[in-house]
Ligand binder design. Structure first.
Ligand SMILES: C[S@@+](CC[C@H](N)C(=O)[O-])C[C@H]1O[C@@H](n2cnc3c(N)ncnc32)[C@H](O)[C@@H]1O
Length: 220
């Protein structure tokens, strides 16, 4: 029996992804894109926590465009702990000189504009827990790639995972079962375990640190 075809972005979208600032490698991006295309079939929004400069948002936006749904992306655009000055993942190009703090919103907007995907994305600028507290709609996919402390990852899980519709997908980035990477830590791994232990999610696939889970039950 022939294997089912896996959805892949067109070359222009893949090129835009590779050109955008961000940390997601191409193979994980392809896995995220395939999950977004699958989830788009539910006809519900695709939600991302952690926009940064829009590298992964591009993929959700392209999948949303194909499905006729909206990609929603949430970020305060002030950067995570490991992106602040003095840390390995700091980028001086995304500091607002007037304010003296990180601001990834302009780069994000340029990324989406260059790819022609602006109208398929709703960007929520602010803290994830505040947005989650107001959010009411079911989601086809929730992609968690925000703050990597236990406080932030747990809030993202508790605030957004309940919105994944039955049959929808919960995707978590930077899941590292071994405590090898100091900056990332294991908070994403802990929410991944919690999702599985809840009985509400079943693992679909793993691509390096990207885990795709399906909503198969209640009781998050
Ligand atoms: C790892 S980056 C996201 C990378 C992006 N998904 C990509 O692949 O290019 C994490 C982002 O989460 C944001 N963030 C961290 N904690 C947050 C919070 N509590 N609320 C909103 N955004 C947050 C940071 O500002 C940062 O831009």
């Amino acid at each position: 029996m022939a294997a089912a075809a896996v959805a892949a972005p067109k070359p222009d979208i893949l090129a835009a992804f590779e050109a955008a600032k961000g940390f997601m490698p191409v193979d994980e991006g392809l896995a995220l894109y395939a999950a977004a295309v699958e989830a788009g079939a539910l006809g519900l929004p695709l939600i991302e926590i952690g926009t940064y400069c829009g590298r992964s948002t591009l993929l959700l936006a392209d999948a949303a465009r194909a499905a006729g749904v909206t990609a929603v992306t949430v970020d305060h655009h002030r950067g995570s702990e490991e992106q602040q000055p003095g840390w390995e993942y700091h980028d001086t190009e995304v500091v607002d000189p007037e304010v003296g703090r990180m601001d990834t919103l302009p780069a994000f907007r340029r990324t989406l504009h260059a790819a022609g995907l602006e109208e398929h994305v709703l960007a929520l600028v602010g803290r994830s827990p505040q947005a989650a507290a107001l959010w009411r709609a079911p989601a086809g996919l929730v992609f968690i790639d925000g703050g990597h402390t236990d406080e932030h990852a747990t809030a993202d899980y508790e605030g957004w995972a309940p919105h994944v519709a039955p049959g929808g997908l919960l995707v978590i980035h930077d899941v590292f079962p071994d405590p090898v990477d100091e900056w990332t830590g294991q908070a994403p791994y802990r929410i991944y375990l919690r999702a599985l232990e809840s009985g509400a999610f079943t693992e679909v696939s793993a691509h390096r640190s990207l885990r795709v889970l399906r909503r198969t039950g209640d009781g998050i």
